[in-house]
Design a protein around this ligand. Sequence first.
Ligand SMILES: Nc1ncnc2c1ncn2[C@@H]1O[C@H](COP(=O)(O)OP(=O)(O)O)[C@@H](O)[C@H]1O
Ligand SMILES: [Mg+2]
Length: 507
Amino acid sequence: MTAASMDLDQELMKAEVESVSSDNTVTSGTNGNVQVVVRVRPPSNREKDQGYIKCVGVDSVSHSVTLNYRPQPRTFTFDYVADEVVSQEEIFAAVGKPITDACLQGYHCCLIAYGQTGAGKTFTMEGPDPESNSGNSPGFAAQSKANAKRHEKRGLIPRILEYIFQKMSSEKSQSFKDVEFVVKCSYLQIYNEQVSDLLDPASLNLTIHEDAKSGMYVEGLQEVVVSTAEATYGVFRRGSENRHVGMTAMNMESSRSHSVFTVVVESQRRNEGGVMNRRTSRFYLVDLAGSERQKHSESAGIRLKEAGSINKSLSALGNVIKALVDISEGKIRHVPYRDSKLTFLLKDALGGNSKCTLIANVSPAEKNIDETLSTLKFAQRAKLIHNTAVVNEDMFGNPAVMGEEIRRLRLALAALRANMGSGSVSEQNFTPMNQENQSETSRISRLEHIISQSTKRSLEAEQKLQRKINELEGTVKDYQEYIHRLERTLQYSDYQRADGSDSEDDH
Ligand SMILES: Nc1ncnc2c1ncn2[C@@H]1O[C@H](COP(=O)(O)OP(=O)(O)O)[C@@H](O)[C@H]1O
Ligand SMILES: [Mg+2]
């Protein structure tokens, strides 16, 4: 074990002890922190056949997971924990719905499934393997009984898509709202540090770029505009099939690749005053490569470079998380996002303007106890990252309308501030008050953000208008001079004509 990894282990032990507070209550869920969920899958038939011993216990009240590790059991606390009986619907309600709501409010979001191969990442994100049921998609069309069962077992991605389109359609159906939505999706894979487009199998080795305004993007990645949940899920399935076919054809192992399905939601609303509000949010849905590869390569003592080539992105993810945790604790650190394709692509999602939820999937079997411990440690560390997500919105309108909107927003902000400052807090009311304060504080920072954005827009519009006025004034001045010159020329020719006729008279 290297000195660095020993340090890390000690820090984790410390975090572990600290996170299990004396009353065993939830310690996370703070605004802005990466939300971490642990899901334990049921034992597989193979595990049962091979003398299954359960080694993981889940306490849904204290949100903790206890691993029967020897000589001492280890307990970790998370934002939400799910045992083997928790259904896909419950996972969606607890994990999928809140993050999708944030996406619809205009936040960039990221949902990542982490864990060893076979721990349930794909089941959680997508649902049961479609291959296991004559190729029927679990997402939609529950006609037969078997299909109905598969439909019930569909994972987070189809449910999230259904929810996005449901919410958009219910907002649109409220006739007083003037709102337009555009939804786009793309699907990529990172295998051996190469990014390929799963919607266009001929597009291999794509490059990731960073744009100051729009953030990270992949050059040449196909983006498909979609108008229903079914169509979006169809695009996702098409990409997953391409992944499967490509992997088999090239004799590659799918558990070594990362897949990123991205949904972009753009909305444009016009309020009563005529101001346009435009929001864009990006939602990354990430199914990571099996985490055990990295550990094996490390434990086998393979040199860093070789270990990196096995799955550079996964080891880089661990390092990025370590650096981000240090930063969240006030230390100054360089974050090595550029060390891998995955961390560079997810730069904003991991350490910036994004709401991020990590689902750590684990097996319940004692046979996998070391992998499970390593997954729980990774998840515990990720919980300490603090992100600052803001709503990605812009406002448009003419300067007078914008000025009025800014005045209205400032009044709303002042009212919010006054509201926060008033009222005494009894001990009994402290928790709800505290929660209310947190939500008021986040509303205040949202309002401040909107005001600063709209002030900027308004200033830009005013400057643009001023430039136009100056231009017009310049043109008017030119014309005036031209007219003036014409008048003088006319006067001169009149004078000459008069002069000419005088001299004719003289003859
Ligand atoms: N919560 C669960 N309930 C029922 N079956 C599950 C659950 N999680 C995983 N499985 C099953 O376990 C197997 C491995 O899961 P999978 O999602 O493919 O793992 P991973 O993507 O992490 O490699 C699959 O057959 C899957 O259907
Ligand atoms: Mg999988």
